[in-house]
Ligand binder design. Structure first.
Ligand code: SF4
Ligand code: SF4
Length: 358
């Protein structure tokens, strides 16, 4: 304990790039150490108890959307090719209640996030209604939303807080044709603080992003303002400007996240979506069918994605050029060695593929 406190205190004296490398290395090491044969094997025929247990043990975020509509068409988002501004489709409330009840049945303690490719506050009444249902049926889940802030007001913050939301993530986007700079990003941050009466807790800057933490009447809030010329990911190959990356590392998404589209389709990760023809075939289940359980899909169909993404080296479509949470080049040899040794330890060496490039 003492040495970890000293290590953390010493970190604050280091340059930001070194700190993020140290943290990245620690995250990968901890994640690799958490892998078991159970989470990698196909558990389609396992007991209901085992399926529920591995879901609770591994899933850190359940991501859903309450409707289809987003009021924007950002150039770095697949909504640029699938405009949802006039799509008023609501996510089926009975299906959402079944998901919440299943999460409640395991006392799911991690994040339940309203996000994806819609703007939650484009229909605030339906959002409040669904959040209240989530709070009632899965009371231990940590409710959160991601919003582009266009509709955010103090009245809405008060309403969300009274329903029991615990975190709000704010993605700040520039106006069309406006060029990103730290100065511009700081201006957006300062206007948000003023408009919502936020208390700014911290503000972290890099050459391509400004990330801030705030409080509002005890509610935790974060904002990001990225330079999307330098920052985005290719979303399953659908956003052309980001497809020059070659993915080499494992992907933690099909382990740590459980993602449901407004259509009811379960997707392997946040990058893929069922309403695009390119992504439809990657859906691993359909929760509109009342007989389908989130635990069955996670333990069964999603395990194939986990096995295919635990190794190193080039990946098949749709992961070939995905940079989402990829391991950095400087950490890759160390992380690959840790993964190879760990898979041997848990008697699953067949899932390892060595670090190589095309
Ligand atoms: S990035 Fe967010 S705000 Fe922009 S189009 Fe996509 S979902 Fe909407
Ligand atoms: S690597 Fe594949 S599974 Fe992981 S986020 Fe990218 S597209 Fe999704």
């Amino acid at each position: 304990m003492f040495s970890s406190i000293v290590a953390k205190a010493s970190e604050t004296l280091l340059p930001v790039s070194v700190i993020s490398r140290l943290r990245g290395g620690r995250e990968w090491k901890n994640w690799i150490g958490s892998l078991t044969a159970e989470i990698l094997d196909d558990q389609t025929n396992a007991s209901a108890d085992l399926k529920r247990r591995i879901f609770k043990q591994y899933v850190r975020r359940v991501e859903i959307e309450t409707h289809a509509k987003c009021n924007r068409v950002c150039s770095f988002c697949p909504n640029a090719i699938m405009d949802r501004r006039r799509d008023e489709t609501l996510t089926d409330s009975d299906m959402l209640d079944r998901i919440f009840a299943e999460l409640g049945s395991i006392d799911y303690p991690h994040q339940l996030m309203i996000a994806r490719y819609s703007e939650p506050l484009a229909n605030p009444e339906y959002l409040y209604d669904r959040l209240a249902a989530a709070h009632r049926l899965a009371p231990t889940a940590q409710l959160a939303i991601t919003t582009n802030t266009d509709y955010l007001t103090t009245d809405i913050l008060d309403q969300l807080q009274s329903i029991g939301i615990s975190k709000i993530y704010m993605s700040i986007y520039l106006k069309t044709k406006e060029r990103w700079s730290l100065e511009v990003a700081r201006g957006y941050r300062d206007r948000l603080v003023k408009k919502l009466g936020l208390q700014l807790l911290r503000s972290d800057e890099t050459a391509v992003t400004l990330q801030c933490a705030f409080q509002y009447k005890g509610l935790d809030m974060w904002s990001t303002c990225h330079n999307w010329d330098q920052y985005g990911t290719d979303r399953g190959g659908t956003v052309a400007q980001y497809i020059d990356h070659e993915r080499i590392g494992p992907c933690r998404d099909p382990f740590e996240t459980f993602v449901v589209d407004y259509t009811g389709s379960v997707m392997p990760c946040c990058a893929l979506r069922s309403d695009l023809p390119q992504g439809r075939g990657f859906a691993v289940g359909d929760l509109r069918d009342p007989g389908v359980s989130i635990f069955d899909i996670y333990a069964g169909q999603l395990s194939a994605w986990r096995r295919s993404l635990v190794g190193f080296g080039p990946k098949a479509s749709p992961c070939t050029t995905c940079s989402h949470r990829d391991v950095s080049n400087d950490l890759a040899p160390t992380v690959a060695g840790q993964m190879e040794r760990h898979l041997q330890r848990i008697a699953r060496p067949q899932y390892f593929s060595p670090l190589s490039r095309k």
